[in-house]
Ligand binder design. Structure first.
Ligand code: BGC
Length: 244
């Protein structure tokens, strides 16, 4: 079954048709810059262009960096606050004329990893942590997703963990890999103490640079990089639309 997967991010909106039985992209992915401010109506127009580009008629799965409940965005940590309360599924379906499912971006990356990547066939508790502009989490138990965990926003040292341990924090504060890794390690150790995961999968930009910081991590949980990397969001979003 072919589904158009679209990953809506802070700087780019990327899409490609996905064969969901294999998790393969059927064409090169297409990227359109995220409109300034990333307001709902403007993002919907980009989705319309994406559908036109692929001459797409059929189901669409999108992922977005917010908690999404029955298609409605409930949070907006790094996106325009007007998303809160917006029914993204309805908005995108009206703009594209196609049935649309919208889920959280870390959950999408997690679905792709559990089906085709580093979590394939793994039972028990698996935590996916995506490290980029935000700190995203996806939690699975025996392969089943508990959606919208938003564990990047736990309190650490009296502040939102994401503000201290995301890749954006590393860049913003010009941290050495060691300084950043010690913060991230504290975050992962907290996750271990609260969730007791059997495996942690690291996604997002930093998972490609593991050699720069893995030696600073002391957390006592098997930790592996995501295997689907750049396309995890697209693939996982498409998987989420399987039931449309
Ligand atoms: C958001 C999450 C998102 C994560 C990664 C966080 O700021 O609250 O919904 O999954 O960033 O993009």
């Amino acid at each position: 079954m072919e589904i158009l997967g679209i990953d809506i991010g802070g700087s780019g909106i990327k899409g490609a048709p996905v064969e969901i039985s294999t998790g393969t992209l059927l064409t090169e992915r297409h990227r359109i810059a995220t409109p300034e401010g990333a307001k709902p109506a403007d993002v919907a127009q980009v989705l319309k262009k994406m559908v036109k580009y692929f001459a797409w008629q059929g189901p669409i799965g999108c992922c977005f960096p917010a908690a999404i409940q029955q298609g409605v965005a409930r949070t907006a940590a790094n996106v325009d606050k007007s998303w809160i309360g917006t029914n993204a599924e309805k908005l995108f379906a009206e703009a594209t004329g196609c049935p649309v499912r919208v889920i959280n971006d870390a959950d999408a990356a997690g679905l792709a990893e559990m089906r085709f990547g580093a979590g394939k066939g793994i039972r028990g508790v698996v935590l996916i942590v995506t490290v980029g502009t935000g700190l995203g989490t996806a939690l699975f138990t025996d392969g089943i997703l508990v959606p919208n965990t938003e564990l990047g926003h736990i309190e650490m040292n009296g502040r939102d963990a994401e503000l201290q341990a995301s890749d954006a924090a590393r860049k913003r504060e010009d941290l050495s890999w060691e300084t950043w890794a010690r913060r991230f390690d504290q975050y992962l150790r907290t996750m271990k103490a609260l969730l007791w995961p059997d495996l942690i999968i690291l996604g997002g930009g930093v998972s490609k640079k593991l050699d720069k910081f893995i030696h600073y991590l002391t957390v006592d949980v098997p930790l592996v990089p995501a295997a689907t990397l750049n396309n995890a969001g697209i693939i996982g979003a498409a998987l989420a639309a399987e039931s449309l």
